[in-house]
Design a protein around this ligand. Structure first.
Ligand SMILES: [Zn+2]
Length: 116
């Protein structure tokens, strides 16, 4: 990876972090406790409870994703950043741009998926 690609990647990671922060903020809105007998437009209370648990799951994964992205941004200047932690080959820059939190190359990620 050259310096230009590294800079591009850091910008991409920062953008993703901003997006995820917004997503977390809006999910936090929808995971507020559901008040009893509250009228929520056409939604029933049961719908609201179901939506809330879906939002909670989304919130958890968004928070985990945020931590991964922040770690990626912190380590982006390390010489070995962008190396596959499995086979130690460089991960394709396109893949890193698309999912900066990845620590596996395409081949190893596919192998890991087949395993599990
Ligand atoms: Zn690999």
């Amino acid at each position: 990876m050259n310096d230009g690609q590294r800079e591009q990647l850091k910008v991409a990671i920062s953008t993703r972090i901003d997006e995820i922060r917004e997503e977390i903020a809006s999910l936090e809105e929808s995971t507020r406790p559901v008040a009893p007998d509250v009228s929520i437009g056409r939604l029933t209370r049961m719908d609201a409870i179901v939506n809330k648990s879906v939002s909670e799951a989304g919130l958890q994964s968004a928070r985990a994703n945020l931590i991964q992205l922040q770690r990626a941004l912190e380590t982006a200047d390390d010489p070995d950043f962008g190396e596959c932690e499995e086979c130690l080959k460089p991960i394709a820059t396109g893949r890193l741009l698309a999912m900066p939190e990845t620590t596996l190359c395409v081949a190893c990620a596919a192998a890991a998926e087949n395993d599990g």
